[in-house]
Structures are given as structure tokens and as C-alpha cells.
Design a protein around this ligand. Structure first.
Ligand code: FMN
Length: 254
């Protein structure tokens, strides 16, 4: 197993670097690890008939690595420029593009990844405003284009004036790194997803019936079609909220 960490922060020894090093430290117990600071490379977009040696070098390391750890701070509510520039320049290499420009995963498919970001705001403010969401989303968008499989996100909040990672965060990151290298080559979560779906429907049906019982106290719902109509509406609202949460806003924020 080989774990490659990519650092996209302005500070080589800041919070982002420490977080990345902690993940790699955990992974190093059983795997070979390497950290690349993107600032040390000249990262430019590919141009016809021009060598792009630094990007070639990083691409080769990415091909060899089983797990990628992308670590970049949140700057101005988005992904740091250093990391964003790297993703933009790598975009044409992360996947094959078909005749209509759609990304088709190929060489990086089924590798695994961990993403890391941080912010000055505290966990409650991050929970409410989703300050770090955009950084995660940008990294996820790029990585899923390549068919990579996500393992975990790590967030560090309240970084203003922070010179060292807390002992709790340090051990959380080491644990993530340690677990990341124990992954199977391919993930088959089909069974897990069916069980989750079953539980989700069971809980939602229970909540819906509870709400209906409450509504039934106010308006009569003995008629089959009235009961059915209210059930469909309440169930739909709950389902839409849950799907929105899981597909749009679900990012680690503390
Ligand atoms: C240019 C710049 C912009 C930043 N923008 C934000 C921001 O919009 N929101 C926020 O909560 N933190 C912001 N931060 C804090 C960073 O997200 C980060 O937590 C901090 O720089 C620590 O990372 P580092 O030690 O790796 O540099 C910013 C920092 C810098 C240097």
C-alpha cells in the first residue's frame, strides 16, 4: 500500500500540513507514505507539444498510490488557490473524455481518497454557514470524475491563532490514516445501501404515521383517500429533506 498526501496550503507547517502529516503518520504504521507540497512544483496547464514535467511527475505518483489524501485550507469561502490550480491543471488527466465531453473514469478508477480542509470559523458557525462545504465539493467533484472512492473528510475549525493541532484532532487524523490503508481494493457497498434504505424508510414511515396521528386529532382522516393523501404529502416532504441533506449539504463541519 502506498499513500500519497498532497498539500495545497500557503504555509508548509501550518494547520493543514499538520493535519495531513497526522493522517500520513497513521497510515505509515502499515503503508509507504509520501507528502507532496504543491508549492514546490511548477503546475501549469498542458499545452500542445510542450513538456509538463512537474505535472507528469505528480501524475506518476498518483498512478502508483492506492490512497490519496488531499489537504487544502478554505480561503475566501472556497478551495485554496494552490490546490484549485492543481485540480484545474490535472482535469484533463483525471479521466478520459468521450465525444460529448463527459468524464469517463479510467486509470484512477477505484482508488480511495481522504479530503482535509479547515477554517477560522468555529464548528457551530461552520455548521450553520457551511463555510468549508465549497472546498470539499470542489475536491469531490474532481475526484469522482476520476472514479475515486471517498473514505472520509476531515475538518479542523477555529484555526485562527492555532499553532498546533489538538491532541484529539491529532489522534482522529491518525485513526483515519490507519483505517484508510485497511480498505479493500474495491468497495461493494450494495448490501449496506439496501440496509440503510430499509432503515430510512422504516423510520420515515414511523414519523409519517406519528404526524398523521397528530393531524388526525385536528381533522378527521377516517376516509381512506384522505389518510392516503396526507401520508403521501408528509412522506414526500420528509424524503425530499433527507435526500437534500445527504446529497447536497452533508459535509463534516466540526
Ligand atoms: C487568504 C486566506 C483566506 C482565508 N479565508 C477564510 C475564510 O473565508 N473563512 C474561514 O473561516 N477561514 C479562512 N481562512 C483561514 C484558513 O481557512 C485556514 O484555516 C488557515 O489559514 C489555517 O491553515 P494553514 O495553517 O494551513 O495556513 C483564510 C486564510 C487565508 C490565509
Amino acid at each position: 500500500m502506498y499513500v500519497l498526501g498532497l498539500l495545497g496550503s500557503q504555509r508548509p507547517d501550518g494547520v493543514t500540513a499538520q493535519t495531513l502529516k497526522a493522517v500520513l503518520k497513521g497510515a505509515a504504521k502499515t503503508a509507504k507514505v509520501e507528502l507532496i507540497n504543491l508549492n514546490d512544483y511548477v503546475i501549469l496547464p498542458d499545452q500542445p507539444s510542450q513538456h509538463n514535467s512537474d505535472l507528469d511527475l505528480i501524475e506518476n505518483k498518483l498512478l502508483k498510490a492506492d490512497v490519496w489524501v488531499l489537504a487544502a485550507p478554505t480561503y475566501l469561502g472556497g478551495l485554496s488557490g494552490v490546490m484549485k490550480n492543481f485540480l484545474d491543471c490535472m482535469r484533463n488527466r483525471i479521466a478520459r473524455f468521450n465525444a460529448v465531453g463527459e468524464a469517463v473514469p479510467d486509470r484512477f478508477k477505484n482508488k480511495h481518497y481522504v479530503t482535509v480542509t479547515n477554517c477560522y470559523v468555529g464548528s457551530v458557525e461552520n455548521m450553520v454557514t457551511g463555510m468549508t462545504d465549497a472546498a470539499f465539493k470542489t475536491m469531490d467533484k474532481f475526484l469522482t470524475m476520476g472514479g475515486l472512492i471517498k473514505i472520509r473528510e476531515i475538518v479542523v475549525t477555529k484555526t485562527f491563532g492555532m499553532s498546533q493541532l489538538s491532541a484529539k484532532k491529532q489522534s482522529e487524523c491518525e485513526r483515519v490514516g490507519q483505517k484508510a490503508v485497511q480498505r479493500k481494493e474495491r468497495d461493494d457497498n450494495t448490501m449496506k445501501r439496501y440496509v440503510e434504505l430499509f432503515l430510512m424508510i422504516a423510520v420515515m414511515a414511523l414519523i409519517t404515521m406519528g404526524i398523521e396521528a397528530g393531524i388526525g386529532q385536528l381533522i378527521p382522516l377516517q376516509n381512506f383517500w384522505a389518510y392516503y393523501g396526507v401520508f403521501v404529502i408528509v412522506f414526500y416532504v420528509l424524503l425530499a429533506s433527507i435526500l437534500h441533506f445527504f446529497t447536497v449539504v452533508k459535509h463534516r463541519r466540526h
